[in-house]
Design a protein around this ligand. Structure first.
Ligand code: BTN
Length: 262
């Protein structure tokens, strides 16, 4: 069944997020679309949803393919005044989804650096965060979320790596209602992000796979020989690790991947 825009709009209880709502039965990619939307118009909080993406994009230049009309594939536009700490905003949105999923499923979900959502060691969703600049000035953050909700089969390639809410709970969920809850939560966490709230960083860190553990680090595609203790993110969104000499090393966002035994 296609996404029910009427039901969704009626139930939406946010004050600004998703209030500009653009729905497409089919689109190349909600994030590519968001990039092309009128640059002269303020689109802060706009939501673009598609039931089918023909050229869905993932992190690291991968594609993002999901079964049409089963999952949630959407992008949010943010136009903040402050242009720093974007990795924290991505993780805050991932955190919002994990909180809603935990409530729906009664199970623990986790975040995997840089911004994936995992349950039972399988990926339930991912986020692609992109930025648009006017010269040197940040114009727009486009945050694309792909969340596996009602997809039952993932094909040979993804079997064992991906899962969905329906596979976890055994129940079909209303995508409209899941999206409504996620947007409510993102709207709340966005404010914490704007206010540089320390509790937000702590909540994110507690959910990160490998937090507080000795993990392997992959930097620019090479796994480093030593183990590092993963200290989570700091207030700037940089990744902190402790090396074996007990010095703190800092890495920037997508430069690093973390391998841990969960
Ligand atoms: C990842 O690689 O894990 C991130 C996947 C992000 C996919 C979403 S689906 C909605 C939005 N539009 C896209 O083309 N990609 C993002």
């Amino acid at each position: 069944m296609l996404f029910d825009t009427d039901t969704f709009e009626k139930m939406l209880a946010t004050s600004w997020l998703g209030r500009s709502f653009f729905y497409f039965e089919e689109l190349d990619s909600t994030s590519s679309h968001a990039k092309k939307m009128n640059r002269d118009q303020r689109l802060h909080g706009a939501l673009i949803v598609a039931d089918d993406q023909l050229k869905g994009r993932g992190q690291y230049d991968r594609s993002w393919k999901t079964e049409p009309a089963c999952n949630l594939t959407f992008s949010l536009i943010f136009e903040p005044h402050d242009e720093g700490r974007i990795p924290i905003l991505s993780l805050a949105c991932a955190l919002a989804a994990t909180e809603v999923f935990e409530e729906a499923a009664g199970k623990k979900f986790q975040l995997k650096w840089p911004n994936d959502i995992y349950c039972d060691e399988k990926k339930v969703g991912g986020i692609l965060t992109e930025t648009l600049f006017n010269g040197n000035e940040l114009h727009r953050i486009i945050l694309g979320m792909g969340l596996n909700i009602n997809q039952q089969n993932f094909g040979d390639e993804l079997q064992g790596l991906a899962t969905s809410l329906i596979k976890i709970t055994g129940e079909k969920l209303s995508r409209e209602s899941v999206l409504r809850s996620i947007l409510m939560r993102i709207e709340y966490l966005y404010r914490l992000w704007v206010n540089q709230n320390v509790a937000l960083i702590q909540s994110i860190n507690k959910k990160l796979i490998g937090y507080g553990k000795w993990v392997d680090l992959e930097v620019n595609k090479e796994v480093l020989p030593e183990k590092y203790k993963f200290l989570g993110i700091n207030e700037n969104g940089a990744l902190l690790v402790l090396n074996k000499d007990l010095e703190v090393d800092t890495f920037s966002y997508e430069q690093v991947r973390i391998h841990s035994d969960h």
